[in-house]
Design a protein around this ligand. Structure first.
Ligand code: ADP
Ligand code: MG
Ligand code: ZN
Length: 211
């Protein structure tokens, strides 16, 4: 099933006539960046004019590369705001790709929608949920605007089933619901986990005791 879907992406690449939005989503370690890079590579072989972007906030691996956890990479333009994209593309640009799109500002869905309307193929990858297991900022909006959504899963490090969530660990323990997004001086890490193994300390339970 997945294989057939990949084939149809690759065929669309070669017959592009109008714009659309593709979103690659899921938790950390699901292979979102890998899949983005795979699509980009195909487009390069097809001699498409492609510009790859990354929010400046994501400084995990390199300054001007999009890098996956298994160290594939491609050159990228670092941006602070979504509207900066307009400064780096022109009429000749066929494809706009963005990794870690969830870290951009709230104007992002509008910018992306405009690009697709101009006839660009826009491929973005990003987290659908934050460490609390709640929708990540404007991602729900982007997912509903997209023509194509690929939701990937990782492997739960606790039980080995498909992981749909990102577990945040602070100083060796699951993060608390109200822990700030940026923590100075704490040791912090992330894991892929399924719904059952995902822990958020002190997450409000709205319907506790109902059934
Ligand atoms: P994403 O962009 O979704 O965070 P990447 O494309 O950067 O993911 O990395 C995916 C790679 O992460 C996998 O190919 C694998 O090598 C590695 N990996 C590490 N931990 C896990 C896990 N728990 N489940 C799946 N892949 C994992
Ligand atoms: Mg990634
Ligand atoms: Zn699990």
């Amino acid at each position: 099933m997945y294989y057939i879907q990949k084939e149809s992406w690759d065929n669309m690449v070669l017959n592009q006539k109008e714009g659309w939005i593709e979103v690659i989503t899921g938790p950390m370690f699901a292979g979102k960046t890998e899949e983005l890079l795979r699509r980009i590579k195909r487009l390069e072989y097809a001699k498409k004019n492609i510009v790859v972007f990354k929010p400046l906030i994501d400084n995990r691996y390199a300054d001007s590369d999009v890098v996956s956890h298994n160290n594939n990479k491609t050159k990228s333009v670092n941006i602070n705001t979504s509207e900066e994209i307009f400064l780096h593309i022109d009429k000749e640009t066929d494809v706009v790709a963005i990794d870690e799109v969830q870290f951009l500002d709230n104007k992002t869905p509008k910018v992306i929608d405009h690009l697709a309307s101009l006839g660009k193929r826009v491929i973005v990858s990003g987290l659908d949920m934050d460490f609390r297991g709640e929708p990540f900022s404007f991602m729900p909006m982007l997912l509903s605007m997209a023509e194509y959504v690929t939701k990937l899963s990782a492997v739960c490090v606790e039980c080995g089933t498909p992981a749909t969530r990102t577990q945040r660990i602070i100083n060796g323990r699951p993060a608390r619901y109200l822990d700030p997004i940026v923590l100075i001086g704490a040791s912090e890490s992330y894991e892929a986990r399924c719904r059952k193994c995902h822990r958020v300390h002190r997450k409000p339970k709205l319907y506790k005791g109902k059934i």
